[in-house]
Ligand binder design. Structure first.
Ligand code: BG6
Length: 507
């Protein structure tokens, strides 16, 4: 029986026959140095890159080989010797994004490099990683297709959000990209799909009989998906203001989580089977209405600047929401009437992403006042799955107390390193596994849910945008909003994970 590592190595080698050139387009940018290169480094160090791999950075900036190496390894924290080995497999080539001669020169460079590495015929495999702003997506994709596309091997193109601003712009982008690359060559990254706990949702649901039996409207009262960041848009106001929190994290990351929670069981774990089910469930969700939305923007507090004071923000009267709570309804047999509440905000009181499934009250409850069960999947930080459940208070009393069945990863899997999302996703590209990437029809279905609301917010200044202080739980209206959909906070005093019997109850 091969070890998990051997299994991965075998899959990668089989897929690419041991040869690949990874071309990082936009190599001088933030995403590349913070995420792409550190992920490539870890894959390299763990032996998960094909044996004959070379990484070529490409960007407009002219820099020396040394400058390039310094830049792309600055966020890699590892032993110097290992970093040196990694440096030996990467070089840089500069050029423009909209210039035929530049693309031709990149191709010449790659051909020479491949020949020098002894890449055998039929295996000039090229993976293009677009770590680029959306304004150059299409010129770059065109340049790559025209001059750098391998005619003698496999081609894969990795693209990052934003995929448009609404249904129309996303479809337009899709059409242009689709005219250049086949759908199976395109990998649209939603980095949330590379997170450990999100990859665990399917396993939990479909490998445990007790979950599958209660996973519907009969037993589940409401679902909450919460994203909290403790910092504002500092320095990113320029980008953020055009998008807002709904486009930034809800239409993509949180909706992906929702579809994994709500979808039907796929017929297999093949990527297309999974993506088929995700598309189906998304199509059951009608567009979010303004009545199901609470919007807000943070203001200065605790010595921190408000959103409108951000230096990088051009429009000082901006109404862009930095916080939103939205309720989505899945209109099918399984979920009719169950609210899926998404909450997301910048500059809040915590750094946390979790999924909270609250079950219904026990019918004919013998134990009056026993709070509802909840299943919580903590995506970050400190991955955990726990179930709040009711237990007899230990001792002579017959009172009930709420406790938990707790699978905290850092305690249970002490010797396991949880990979960064990008590491896991780049590995999937090398293995040719599309399961954790967004398909074109999935993207369209996702935009359809949000586009009418986004257009309304963008055009109607009578829609209230509430405020909340930097570092708070969100707008004051939030508790009322969530309560409206039936969320029961009666066990709010309970804190995970440490608990003891309240002193007054001790016998
Ligand atoms: C990005 C958003 O897609 O996701 C950012 O553009 C956000 O605004 C980030 O901060 C959150 O990702 P993570 O992995 O830090 O939760």
């Amino acid at each position: 029986m091969p070890t998990p590592a051997q299994e991965i190595q075998a899959q990668v080698s089989k897929e690419l026959a041991g040869f690949v050139t990874i071309i990082v387009l936009g190599a001088s940018g933030d995403l590349a140095k913070k995420k792409t290169y550190p992920a490539l480094f870890k894959l390299f160090r763990n032996g998960f890159l094909p044996e004959n791999t070379h990484i070529v950075g490409y960007a407009r900036t002219k820099m020396t080989h040394e400058d390039y190496l310094g830049r792309v390894t600055q966020y890699i924290k590892a032993d110097e010797k290992e970093v040196e080995k990694f440096k030996a497999i990467t070089t840089y080539h500069s050029g423009l994004y909209d210039d035929d001669a530049s693309w031709k020169s990149l191709d010449d460079y790659l051909v020479k490099n491949e020949a020098g590495r002894g890449v055998s015929q039929g295996h000039r495999n090229r993976v293009f990683y677009m770590a680029l702003p959306p304004s150059v997506f299409i010129p770059v994709a065109k340049g790559v297709k025209k001059a750098v596309y391998s005619r003698d091997g496999v081609n894969r193109l990795i693209v990052e959000k934003p995929f448009g601003m609404d249904t129309e712009s996303s479809n337009e982008l899709g059409r242009e990209l689709g005219a250049l690359f086949k759908e199976e060559e395109i990998y649209r990254i939603d980095h949330y799909l590379g997170k450990e706990m999100i990859k665990n949702v399917m396993t939990m649901r479909f490998a445990n009989i007790f979950f599958s039996q209660v996973w519907d409207r009969k037993y589940i009262d409401n679902v909450q998906i919460t994203f909290k960041e403790p910092f504002g848009t500092e320095g990113r106001g320029g980008y953020f203001d055009d998008f807002g929190i709904i486009r930034d994290v809800m239409q993509n990351h949180l909706l992906q989580v929702l579809s994994l929670i709500a979808m039907e069981r796929p017929i297999s774990t093949e990527s297309e089977a999974i993506r088929d089910e995700k598309v189906k469930v998304l199509k059951c969700i009608p567009p979010v209405t303004i009545d199901d939305a609470l919007l807000a923007q943070y203001v200065a507090a605790n010595g921190k600047p408000g959103y409108l004071e951000d230096d990088t923000l051009k429009n000082k009267q901006s109404r862009t929401p930095t916080f939103a709570a939205l309720t989505l309804w899945v209109q099918n047999e399984r979920w009719e009437g169950v609210p899926f509440i998404m909450k997301a905000g910048k500059a809040l009181d915590d750094a946390k992403v979790d999924i909270r499934i609250q079950f219904r009250n026990v019918a004919g409850n013998l134990y009056k006042g026993a709070p509802r069960n909840e299943l919580v999947m903590r995506i970050q930080p400190k991955e955990a799955v726990y179930i709040k459940f009711n237990n007899k208070q230990p001792g002579l009393s017959y009172q009930t107390i709420q406790s938990d069945l707790d699978l905290s990863y850092h305690e249970r899997f002490t010797d396991m390193a949880i990979p960064d999302a990008y590491e896991s996703l780049i590995l999937d590209v090398l293995r040719n596994d599309h399961s954790n990437f967004v398909r074109d029809d999935e993207l369209e279905a996702a935009w359809k849910i949000f586009t009418p609301l986004l257009h309304r917010i963008d055009s109607d200044s009578s829609i209230p945008v509430r405020t909340y202080p930097y570092g708070s739980r969100g707008p004051a209206e939030l508790d009322g909003f969530v309560k409206k959909y039936g969320y029961d906070r009666s066990n709010a005093n309970y804190t995970w994970p440490v608990q003891s019997v309240a002193p007054g109850n001790k016998l």
